[in-house]
Design a protein around this ligand. Structure first.
Ligand SMILES: [Zn+2]
Length: 353
């Protein structure tokens, strides 16, 4: 007993105990990290497996196993398929590649691309699941955050899109990923525009806010952000015709709103006071007037009415990527840029009797 007490009082005993505690903590921490890593790995495997019902291309999987260097060309091939609109082939390649990969880092890269194709193809739930899973593993992945925001936006869940945008803003600022001031300015601009857009859409969607209050807020938003005029006009056109006319009379770039005005068959009495709006209906043939229309296409339609039946068709061009689309959208489907598209006016022959 005396020996034990002597040993207990020995300073060396204290040092041994101290080192043992540190070793135990280190061992526990290592085990916890290992379990976490295994869980992450397993969750990625489970996610990949959950999409296996889509036919995997066994040849591709075997090809990668034999020649790992084929991964890059296959990724490029899948990207080309996706860009040409063949989403099915792109998905098949990504899933086959995913199945044959072992490293989590490589899997994440492929999952990001797969999420993009699902987003582009309109499989929004699948895209959302993929990005949520990636963020569970790597919560500070800016690409996944941006894509998840877009998925929520496309699903009409603007509140969640706004939350993800705030996370993206924090991550970018914390990581200092953007070093060049012009890029930082561009990113801040993107954040501000997206925030305003989500607030606007939440306001339009809300059933709790009375229409009178909505109209007041919409006017305020439109005054500060003219790029939202078309969204506001389309809302007013359905919900309050008087407010619609009141709003459009105050707009500047009427040429860009011809597609919204053109289908109208009933006009306010004071329409002549607004020549840029008035000329649309003169060109359409609803009002007889020998005036000269300022917009070239309207003037052609106006003159053409005497010899041939014609009408106006519309297409939309993105400011940023210059892509042309048959449908209007505030977010470009090609480059994801937020902004009002330029209206392309086309004169079409009316072949109906
Ligand atoms: Zn674009």
């Amino acid at each position: 007993m005396e020996n034990f007490v002597f040993f207990y009082r020995d300073p060396l005993f204290g040092i041994i105990i101290f080192i043992s505690i540190i070793a135990l903590i280190a061992l526990l921490d290592y085990s916890r990290n290992r379990v976490r890593a295994q869980k992450k790995e397993q969750s990625l495997k489970d996610l990949a497996k959950s999409y296996e019902y889509t036919t995997l291309n066994d040849d591709i999987a075997k090809f990668i196993q034999i020649s790992p260097s084929a991964l890059q060309p296959l990724m490029l091939m899948a990207k080309s398929y996706a860009q040409s609109g063949d989403n099915e082939s792109a998905i098949q390649i990504y899933l086959s590649v995913l199945e044959s990969l072992k490293s989590s880092k490589d899997k994440i890269l492929v999952l990001e691309r797969l999420g993009e194709v699902y987003l582009q193809a309109g499989f929004l739930e699948r895209s959302k699941d993929i990005y949520t899973q990636i963020l569970r593993t790597y919560p500070r992945n800016p690409h996944a955050l941006k894509s998840l925001m877009q998925a929520y936006e496309k699903m009409g869940e603007y509140e969640k899109a706004l939350e993800v945008l705030e996370c993206l803003d924090e991550v970018q600022n914390a990581q200092n990923n953007i070093h060049i001031s012009t890029d930082m300015e561009e990113f801040n601009n993107f954040v501000q525009k997206s925030q305003s857009y989500f607030y606007l859409m939440m306001l339009l969607q809300s059933c709790d806010i009375p229409l009178v209050l909505k109209l007041k807020n919409l006017k305020e938003i439109g005054k500060n952000h003219p790029m939202f005029n078309k969204v506001i006009l389309n809302f007013l056109k359905i919900n309050d015709k008087n407010a619609f006319w009141e709003y459009i009379k105050g707009c500047e770039n009427i040429r860009n709103y011809i597609d919204i005005l053109y289908p109208f068959n009933e006009l306010p009495k004071d329409i002549k006071k607004y020549p840029r709006i008035y000329e649309i209906f003169v060109a359409k043939g609803m009002i007889e007037d020998e005036m000269v229309c300022e917009v070239f296409e309207l003037e052609i339609l106006h003159r053409l009415r005497l010899v041939k039946k014609a009408y106006l068709g519309f297409e939309y061009r993105c400011h940023s990527c210059k892509g042309i689309f048959p449908f209007d959208s505030l977010r470009c489907p090609q480059c994801s840029e937020l902004g009002e598209m330029d209206l392309i006016i086309k004169i079409l022959e009316d072949r109906s009797l």
